[in-house]
Structure formats: structure tokens, C-alpha cells
Design a protein around this ligand. Structure first.
Ligand code: NI
Ligand code: MN
Length: 236
């Protein structure tokens, strides 16, 4: 068993984080993503499914994957109530709270995000959130859809963030410039960009975006859909 965290990008804002053979799947939106048609949702492994908020581009495939794998959801109380009515169970938490999963080995803290969170039918989806995921000495911060926020400055008082997984597509969320400032606020050198290119309005220039990060002495990682980043290889 390797003691590291591996992040596989599944398109849009979906990542699958592998820890000791367990899979923490975040925000599955695959079957309707034109860029992710080579990914079969029936092949995706999930031990837990984390949902940051209720927007369709974050929850689309959660029901199907949860029902196939039996993976419990980790999400806010309102989203969990919605899925409990569909026969899917899970663990609810709310902003500022943390809880240990996987026999206590993985600590997940729910972090405030500045966004909105209605279900596709308009019903209430609670407050949007991000997740700090901590395992051994390694911490990943999945911000979820969010604006740049001063609250991010709290995080490095308590955690050394090895990797930020931030939206960079602008329009609905942070763009590149704000994501660079977010990296400074949380004091991480490495950002995995998500939430870009899926729709016309969030298309980015990848090389120019990487250059802007390197000009700020940060590294922007952009993975092909289906590719994996081993967090232990990142320079600390
Ligand atoms: Ni959203
Ligand atoms: Mn979104």
C-alpha cells in the first residue's frame, strides 16, 4: 500500500482521489460532458462520493455511480436529504466541520465557498462548499465552485496545502488571475485547474494560463481527462 494521494481528472470539476486503494470521487459530471465521452461511468471506482454543491454540472452522475458502487455521499444536509429520498445514504456535514473517514485515516473538513447551490429543478441545495482532504502529511484543498475569498487565508494557519484543486474557467467561478491569488492565500505552490473548457463561456488558453501561474512562481497542472497526478511527486 502506497502512502500517497493520487488525483485522476475526469473532466469539468470531477476528480477521483485515490488513498490506500479507496476512491474519493468528487462532483461527477461525465455522461453529458462532450469532452469526457471516452470515460465510462460504469468503470469509475468510488468508495465515497463528495458533492460540493447541487448544480447539475457537479451532481449529474452521482445517483448512478452511488447506486452501482454503494458508495455513501459526503455532502451538505440538504443535498444528502435529496439523495436519501432516492435510497442513497451518506454522511452529512456543514461548513467548518470536519470528520474522519476510512477508519480515521482521512480527515475531511468542509470549507466555505462563495457560489450558489440549487438543484437543476430549482429546489434548495444548501450552501456550496469546498473540501480539505488530509491524509498523513498530505493535504489537498478542493475549493469547489467559488469566488476568490478572504476566508481562504484561514487555511494555511492550520494546514500545509500540497495541492489546490481550483476552478479557473472564469464567468461562473474564479478565473486564472483569482486562482493565482487563491494559491497565494492558501500558500500552495501547486494548483490543478478544473472547471474550464467544458462550455464555450469557460474556454481558456492553456499555455497562457500556465505562463501566468509560472510568472507568479506557482505551477498550474492541467491534466488530460483520464490522466493522474501523484501528489507525492509535487515539490513541497
Ligand atoms: Ni456551480
Ligand atoms: Mn459548476
Amino acid at each position: 500500500i502506497t502512502k500517497n494521494m493520487k488525483v485522476t481528472y475526469l473532466g469539468h470539476a470531477c476528480v477521483n482521489i485515490e488513498i490506500e486503494g479507496a476512491h474519493f470521487l468528487v462532483d461527477p459530471f461525465i455522461s453529458a460532458n462532450p469532452l469526457a465521452q471516452h470515460i465510462n461511468i460504469n468503470d469509475i471506482e468510488a468508495t465515497y462520493i463528495l458533492l460540493t454543491h447541487a448544480h447539475g454540472d457537479h451532481i449529474l452522475d452521482a445517483e448512478a455511480i452511488a447506486k452501482r458502487t454503494g458508495a455513501p455521499l459526503i455532502t451538505n444536509p440538504e443535498i444528502l436529504a435529496h439523495y436519501r429520498a432516492l435510497g442513497i445514504d451518506g454522511h452529512d456535514m456543514n461548513i467548518g466541520g470536519s470528520h474522519r473517514f476510512l477508519d480515521g485515516k482521512v480527515k475531511i473538513k468542509m470549507i466555505k465557498a462563495v457560489h450558489s447551490s440549487s438543484f437543476p429543478d430549482g429546489s434548495y441545495g444548501g450552501n456550496p462548499a469546498g473540501f480539505l482532504i488530509n491524509y498523513n502529511d498530505t493535504t489537498i484543498y478542493v475549493s469547489g465552485d467559488t469566488a476568490l475569498t478572504m476566508d481562504m487565508k484561514i487555511i494555511p494557519h492550520q494546514y500545509k496545502v500540497d495541492l489546490g484543486i481550483f476552478p479557473i474557467g472564469n464567468n461562473y467561478t474564479m478565473g486564472v488571475r483569482d486562482a493565482i491569488t487563491a494559491a497565494k492565500f492558501v500558500e500552495t505552490d501547486n494548483v490543478l485547474g478544473v472547471h474550464y473548457d467544458t462550455f464555450e463561456v469557460i474556454k481558456i488558453d492553456k499555455e497562457a494560463s500556465k505562463r501566468k501561474f509560472s510568472d507568479a512562481h506557482k505551477r498550474l497542472h492541467l491534466l488530460e481527462i483520464g490522466a493522474t497526478l501523484d501528489v507525492s511527486t509535487l515539490i513541497r
